[in-house]
Write a protein that binds this ligand. Structure first.
Ligand code: TXA
Ligand code: MG
Length: 342
């Protein structure tokens, strides 16, 4: 299959949007930008189209998909009910990087929900995502547009690298602003809980009156089935070193001196000066006072290590900021749990 790569111009995008919409209506696959990461979209109402997503990504079929809609009216058609706590979330954070798990309506195929009675729904605010949904006139099922197990794509070039020849079209809308996947909140029971942390934090949700409960791992089924799979894994082996900055930099210097493979260091802008005169690349993740910069760079940097042949990465921990839970959820997974506390 030839993958068409289009970088539409916002003032002259009718051709690109019509073409993408036609592909979706004909059960094809279109990768498109959202404010979090690129999604790999298919008509959510077509089981045949949805199955193609799993094939192209190599995704296990028991891992359900998020459906993207343009507005609340479209969302209502896919849910059996919207409880008051979910109404609050919709009012304050949608459109945006928040996904709501709700009881599904009959029109949602089980191919999307992997057999569950609930459905994950999101109203993206990225203008390309909005335009695509509206032009197609369809709800769009879309997981992150990476090969299964790789870091999520935050640039169209990442999608091309992973999925060239496996999907019909890639819409290049530039870099994704947020850089990590949406916060997922389960509103399908009377005890809402965060299933996946993101840039809409627990504090933000609580501040508008949403009562959050602990999610219960180890129940009869994983609540966000995707979370059980190895995620965000670059080829490089990452080790996170957590502790006071100067002690961390000492430890990283020692580990670098003992490393026999091509090695890199990941640190904050604030601590960059602690890594002078080391003979390996020192890569700045972002500014801890502006944690959005770290979130939006993270996946790009994980991919960069692989591209540059860096096989071992020693990283600072970036937990001490409002987005720390979301950032470290991704980085710790990329590290496969290899964390040293000092
Ligand atoms: O920001 C995002 O959420 C991106 C963009 C493209 O929207 N999408 C994304 O999709 O990250 P994906 O497929 O990579 O992750 C979706 C997660 C998986 O962990 C999946 O198990 C969970 O959502 N999920 C989907 N439907 C669910 C449901 N009904 N109940 C619980 N978890 C669900
Ligand atoms: Mg994903």
């Amino acid at each position: 299959m030839r993958t068409e790569f289009i970088k539409p111009d916002i003032n002259n995008c009718n051709y690109a949007m019509e073409k993408a919409a036609e592909i979706l209506r004909n059960e094809g696959l279109v990768a498109f930008p959202t404010e979090t990461v690129y999604g790999l979209g298919a008509n959510a109402l077509s089981p045949a189209a949805v199955k193609k997503i799993f094939l192209a990504k190599g995704r296990p079929s028991d891992n359900p998909l998020i459906i993207h809609v343009a507005d609340i009216n479209m969302l209502k058609e896919l849910t059996a009910e919207i409880p008051p706590q979910a109404e609050l979330a919709l009012k304050h954070f949608c459109p945006g990087p928040l996904t709501l798990v709700l009881k599904k309506s009959k029109s949602v195929p089980y191919e999307v929900t992997a057999g569950l009675e609930t459905v994950a729904l999101r109203i993206p605010k990225n203008p390309w995502a909005q335009l695509l949904i509206k032009t197609a006139g369809l709800p769009i099922a879309a997981p992150s547009a990476n090969s299964s197990g790789k870091p999520s794509p935050t640039r169209a070039s990442h999608v091309l690298y992973d999925l060239d020849g496996k999907i019909d079209m890639i819409l290049d809308g530039g870099a994704c602003e947020e850089g990590i996947e949406s916060t997922i909140v389960d509103f399908s029971t009377d005890k809402p809980c965060i299933l996946r942390p993101g840039t809409v934090t627990a504090e933000m949700l609580k501040s508008v009156g949403i009562r959050l409960f602990e999610s219960k791992p180890g129940g009869h089924a994983p609540k966000a089935p995707g979370m059980k799979y190895t995620h965000y894994k670059p080829k490089a082996q990452i080790t996170v070193i957590k502790g006071e900055p100067s002690a961390v930099s000492e430890k990283i210097r020692l580990l670098v001196s003992q490393s026999t493979k091509p090695t890199g260091i990941l640190c904050s802008e604030q601590n960059q000066h602690l890594y002078q005169n080391i003979n390996v690349p020192v890569i700045v993740a972002g500014d801890t006072d502006k944690p959005h910069t770290i979130a939006s760079n993270l996946y790009k940097l994980l991919r960069r290590f692989d591209k540059e042949g860096i096989e071992t990465v020693f990283s600072e921990s970036f937990h001490d900021n409002p987005l720390g839970i979301a950032i470290m959820n991704r980085l710790n997974k990329a590290a496969g749990g290899s964390i040293i506390e000092i």
